[in-house]
Design a protein around this ligand. Sequence first.
Ligand SMILES: NC(=O)c1ccc[n+]([C@@H]2O[C@H](COP(=O)([O-])OP(=O)(O)OC[C@H]3O[C@@H](n4cnc5c(N)ncnc54)[C@H](OP(=O)(O)O)[C@@H]3O)[C@@H](O)[C@H]2O)c1
Length: 237
Amino acid sequence: MQLKGKTAIITGASSGIGADFSRALTEKGCRVYGLARRRERLDELQSRLGELFVPVVQDVNDYKGLEEWVEKTFSRKNSPDILVNNAGLGLFGAVEELSPDDWDAMIQTNLTSVFRLTRLVVPFMKQAESVHHIVNIASVAGLIGNPNISGYNASKFAIRGFSEALMKELRNDRIKVTCIYPGSIATEFFEKHGGTHPNMLQGKDVASTLVHILETPDNFLIDEITVRPLIPKPPQK
Ligand SMILES: NC(=O)c1ccc[n+]([C@@H]2O[C@H](COP(=O)([O-])OP(=O)(O)OC[C@H]3O[C@@H](n4cnc5c(N)ncnc54)[C@H](OP(=O)(O)O)[C@@H]3O)[C@@H](O)[C@H]2O)c1
């Protein structure tokens, strides 16, 4: 896909890799609707990226608001070419200590909202003749279970299944579906989990991978991709 002149929706645009994705796509001439809850972060991003970045203050778990926003923003003539389902969070802990509210927050934000937004956007994508693309951001935690991240694992394993099913369901409608499985990335995600360290992946490099996946020729689909730090351990003190 040639990105110049295209339209993308990116959820979780206010920080981390969502902000890096927004920068990378606007630099390519793509208009980006960036969804998140923190207005000031989105406005600050727009002041850096310019008018091609359109801030949308929207909680992805507010399904009525999401539906109203899609209805008023898109039409037959203005359909989104790209959807990046990126908003997410990780709340960790031993299973008996993980609160049901934290479990629900992860399942809703990391999984249910992805289904809710995707089902609203796919009809617009199906109407168009050209190739469209849905990219879901899972995690290495969508491939490998580990102690104390059971809820996060469950939400990201589910995204893998959702993505594979969609890939097979939508390919004949010229809609590509890709699931990305990143290892640890230096973002605010780790603020609650001991902070970042220099050996983590950098958001700008994950964004380069996104651009590569989107720019592949029409009849060429990268359906899954795992990206990891080469040497994941923090430097010894
Ligand atoms: N960092 C990592 O190591 C890593 C590794 C693999 C996968 N991932 C995945 O990558 C994605 C992005 O994470 P990140 O590392 O960039 O973390 P981040 O900096 O914490 O960004 C998370 C983004 O999600 C948005 N968000 C969270 N809940 C939302 C809601 N209810 N409605 C709308 N937006 C919401 C946040 O915006 P607001 O708070 O402004 O709403 C923020 O923009 C997540 O799906 C995460 O699971 C991260």
